[in-house]
Ligand binder design. Structure first.
Ligand SMILES: Cc1cc2nc3c(=O)[nH]c(=O)nc-3n(C[C@H](O)[C@H](O)[C@H](O)COP(=O)(O)O)c2cc1C
Length: 233
């Protein structure tokens, strides 16, 4: 295979992979503000994301009122309790996990997805969820740029979307999908916090990939999921 003539220099390539592997979902923050120029760069990075049919369905609300932050925190706590109930025997263990940093983080952002119903948005006719996929791309851009800038970001999805939409006055065609906690951190977790806390272990790529056809299955599998083939890819 010939090397592409478009590749970056070695150090830049290394940096791209470094930020991908060192990005972490953060829940512990220092109570320090985020520099406004840095925040602007991060938001611009989010806004540079790919989107289905160039629809740019992300909508970003910066929360600056402390009282509003408190009400978002309350919504997250309500859903945290409901989640614990739904988890039955793992509920108490779940409640011991730190799953958000809403009150401590320097910046709080709520990201919504606008329903890209317009007919000229091609690529979403059979897959309306591409609106969410595009918005997730924007969040990932922000996440990676934040890590490179030395800031942590935590994606919180523990909330009732209708209640949050109502609280923030979202129109009917915009649905919140993320509360993002952004800010300075003491240190980045060396691995996913859920793995460090032994809540769940990540699966290797070889278990999640196959070639040409979905493989014939045996009905067992890690985490109760059907396994994919074991051959290395
Ligand atoms: C769509 C989405 C929603 C998430 N929601 C939450 C959440 O509500 N609370 C939380 O603690 N982590 C949440 N996470 C973070 C995941 O738990 C985390 O990405 C995963 O454990 C892997 O860890 P890492 O991001 O540090 O690699 C979310 C991540 C994604 C992509």
């Amino acid at each position: 295979m010939t090397e592409s003539k478009h590749h970056y220099d070695e150090r830049s390539i290394e940096t791209v992979y470094r930020v991908i592997y060192e990005r972490r979902d953060m829940r512990h923050f220092l109570p320090a503000p985020v520099d406004p120029a840095t925040l602007r760069r991060l938001l611009d990075a989010a806004h540079a994301a790919p989107s289905v049919g160039l629809s740019q369905p992300w909508r970003i609300v910066r929360i600056t009122r402390t009282e509003l932050r408190g009400r978002i925190y309350d919504l997250v706590q309500q859903e945290r309790e409901r989640t614990a109930e739904a988890l039955d025997e793992r509920g108490a263990e779940f409640l011991r996990l730190k799953v958000e940093g809403v009150k401590e983080c320097g910046e709080l952002l709520v990201v919504g997805v606008r329903d890209g119903g317009a007919k000229e948005i091609f690529g979403r006719r059979t897959l309306p969820e591409t609106d969410v996929a595009s918005t997730a791309c924007a969040i990932q851009n922000l996440w990676l740029a934040a890590r490179a800038e030395g800031l942590g970001l935590g994606w919180v999805s523990l909330f009732d979307p209708r209640a949050l939409a109502e609280l923030l006055g979202f129109p009917g065609d915009v649905r919140p999908i993320a509360v993002l906690c952004l800010g300075h951190v003491e240190q980045f977790y060396p691995a996913p916090m859920l793995a460090l806390e032994r809540w769940r272990q990540p699966r290797p790529l070889s278990e999640l990939m196959c070639e040409n056809h979905w493989p014939a299955q045996t009905p067992d599998g890690a985490n109760g999921e059907a396994p994919m083939p074991r051959e290395p890819v």
